[in-house]
Design a protein around this ligand. Structure first.
Ligand SMILES: NC(=O)c1ccc[n+]([C@@H]2O[C@H](COP(=O)([O-])OP(=O)(O)OC[C@H]3O[C@@H](n4cnc5c(N)ncnc54)[C@H](OP(=O)(O)O)[C@@H]3O)[C@@H](O)[C@H]2O)c1
Length: 214
């Protein structure tokens, strides 16, 4: 399975600030680019922290892109995938905004609270989760955060492509969520990621990296 990790961060590496409101990092042009990427994948995966903090809909916004997916025999929207080891609120847009198939990798007890809203699969190992998604027909997966999820995918060497948008400002708050947390990453000064492309999008920079896996 091809795994594409997409994130936007400040110059000092933050995904968000400490305020309850979602931090706007990029602009409309980049959001449209991300929408095109969403339209190109079979599934979009986020951690429960992102579901709680941002309440994302994780749908393809463009009607033309949804129509193109349907015309090529795909579901209107990619499968939404969330990871949790605890609880997840069934009132979140992850569950209520649709139409889209939803899968939650989390404790089996979640089946009681989620009912028909999502398929619950009791797995937390990323390798096993990717194998399960693959068995469900997912060939292209987009990982959309947050920091804990990025850290696991990147440190486990499970990412083929990294699309990183750098927004031209600083957050500078010690407690705000960072792009990744401290971990042992396979990509070091001696084993670097391959920078494939750089692009200016509005006032942001899009850096596209490939790993050896990809
Ligand atoms: N700028 C961007 O591109 C971007 C994108 C996405 C998110 N964000 C920001 O990132 C922040 C959230 O990041 P975060 O690091 O706090 O949270 P996160 O990575 O979204 O989610 C972490 C949570 O996911 C669950 N989880 C992670 N790995 C798991 C595994 N292997 N198996 C089962 N469950 C697993 C756990 O949920 P439980 O706690 O429920 O057990 C964990 O606490 C928010 O501020 C959001 O705004 C920014």
């Amino acid at each position: 399975m091809y795994v594409l990790l997409s994130a936007a961060m400040s110059i000092d590496g933050y995904l968000d600030d400490g305020s309850p409101d979602r931090l706007v990092l990029s602009g409309p042009e980049d959001l449209d680019r991300v929408d095109a990427v969403r339209a190109s994948v079979d599934a979009i995966l986020v951690g429960a922290g992102t579901v709680r903090a941002d309440d994302p809909r994780l749908l393809v916004r463009s009607a033309d892109r949804r129509a193109a997916r349907i015309a090529s025999g795909l579901p209107e929207n990619p499968i939404k995938v969330a990871l949790t080891r605890g609880d997840i609120d069934p009132g979140r847009a992850f569950f209520t905004a649709g139409p889209a198939e939803k899968i939650v990798y989390g404790p089996a007890a979640l089946r009681d609270s989620l009912g028909e809203l999502a398929t619950v699969v009791d797995l937390d190992d990323l390798g096993a989760i990717l194998a399960d998604l693959s068995a469900r027909g997912v060939r292209r997966l987009m990982v959309e955060g947050g920091g804990a999820v990025h850290t696991q995918f990147l440190s486990a060497g499970l990412v083929d492509e990294l699309q990183l948008v750098v927004a031209p400002f600083f957050v500078g708050e010690a407690e705000a969520p960072r792009f990744v947390r401290p971990a042992r990453f396979p990509y070091t000064a001696l084993n670097r990621l391959r920078l494939e492309a750089t692009e200016q999008i509005g006032d942001c920079a899009l850096l596209t990296y490939r790993t050896e896996r990809g």
